[in-house]
Design a protein around this ligand. Structure first.
Ligand code: GH3
Ligand code: MG
Ligand code: MG
Ligand code: MG
Length: 317
């Protein structure tokens, strides 16, 4: 007979298994000058399915973070030679926010000021030595879970749900960051506004769901026709904006033209074995740095309007 306790126990085990599966995606950096503690933590973490890197002091940890930027969690001791755990925490937080990287501090020091100092300077949590394996595991899992939740929320906030591309809001944030980054460097970049031609007809003929699939297919073409560092966003409906970074007028024209051709050649194969073909119009320009981003976008929009009036399926640059 299945008692409620058995069911609760099963739920817990299923949750733990799911937790362990997700832990496989995370790299953990252990920083402790004691070889015994390093090994103990490494063993527990590896039993939790994490990938573990262990180093002996803060300076080594900084070097490791530079060469392995995909570390999710740092577990650091307090007392260590060369650079202690608190200095390490302060140093890490100059580069990585709590939304990108968790820090758990460990120390035998019972002085409550150390705990407070760690937390004040950006540690997510604090574990007192000696710790039980159970408490250690729970705190590590909690920290990783919180990080995953933040990253999920960030993903929802920045990305368009249908296509996974950046949304309009995040596009402006990314492009403004890029403009600040290249300020006074003389680097040029291009902006292209893109809109599907006669998209209403696709919706009317094949239905809204198929329309959505066409939008997603176009998003894939936009991604695969540009470089990974370029910025591709869905502004809404069947309207997209692409920023080609560090590019001259000639190359930008070539890429936008190739993009238009790639779409023209493509056909979307439906479940009912129909082939849907469609085209896009593009209004593009090389960014004028004396104008605001908004004005540049508006001008690209006007060029897109021109491309539509000239008969669609074309680039106006
Ligand atoms: P044009 O060549 O002038 O661009 O003609 P068009 O038919 O594409 O005209 P317009 O851009 O004005 O219309 C876009 C249509 O896209 C209107 C709207 O019903 C539809 N639409 C907007 N968002 C979505 C969406 O998320 N999914 C689908 N399936 N359709 C959408
Ligand atoms: Mg120590
Ligand atoms: Mg359209
Ligand atoms: Mg439109």
């Amino acid at each position: 007979k299945n008692s409620q306790n058995d069911i609760d126990e099963m739920d817990y085990i299923i949750q733990m298994i799911q937790r362990l599966q997700k832990n496989r995606n995370h790299k953990v950096l252990v920083v402790d000058d004691s070889r015994v503690f390093r090994q103990t933590m490494q063993n527990i973490l590896e039993n939790l399915f994490f990938t573990v890197i262990a180093v002996a002091h803060g300076e080594e940890a900084i070097g490791m973070l530079k060469s392995q930027p995909d570390i999710s969690l740092v577990l650091t001791d307090y007392n260590m030679p060369v650079m202690d755990g608190l200095e390490l925490t302060i140093e890490i937080r100059k580069t990585y926010s709590k939304n990108e990287l968790c820090i758990l501090a460990l120390s035998g020091n019972t002085d409550e000021e150390v705990t407070a100092m760690f937390l004040k300077h950006g540690a997510n949590d604090y574990i007192k030595k000696p710790f039980s394996k159970e408490e250690f595991s729970c705190r590590v899992n909690n920290a990783i879970e919180a990080l995953e939740n933040i990253q999920l929320i960030t993903q929802y906030a920045n990305r368009d749900f249908l296509t996974g591309l950046y949304n309009r809001r995040y596009f402006f944030q990314e492009v403004n960051d890029y403009i600040n980054e290249i300020q006074d460097k003389g680097e040029q970049f291009a902006i292209g506004m893109i809109d599907i031609d006669h998209f209403k007809k696709i919706n009317d003929t094949y239905g809204h769901d198929t329309g959505d699939k066409v939008i997603t297919a176009l998003a894939d073409i936009l991604r695969s026709s540009t470089n990974p560092q370029d910025i591709v966003a869905r502004f809404g409906g069947e309207e997209f904006c692409v920023v080609l970074k560090n590019i001259n007028r000639h190359s930008a024209r070539e890429i936008f033209e190739r993009l238009r051709e790639n779409v023209e050649r493509f056909s979307y194969h439906t479940k009912d074995d129909e082939y849907i073909r469609f085209t896009i119009s593009i209004g593009a320009l090389l960014f004028h740095e004396e104008e605001s981003l908004d004005n540049n976008i508006n001008e690209a929009d006007m060029l897109l309007y021109k491309a539509k009036n000239n008969g669609r399926n074309q680039l106006v640059f």
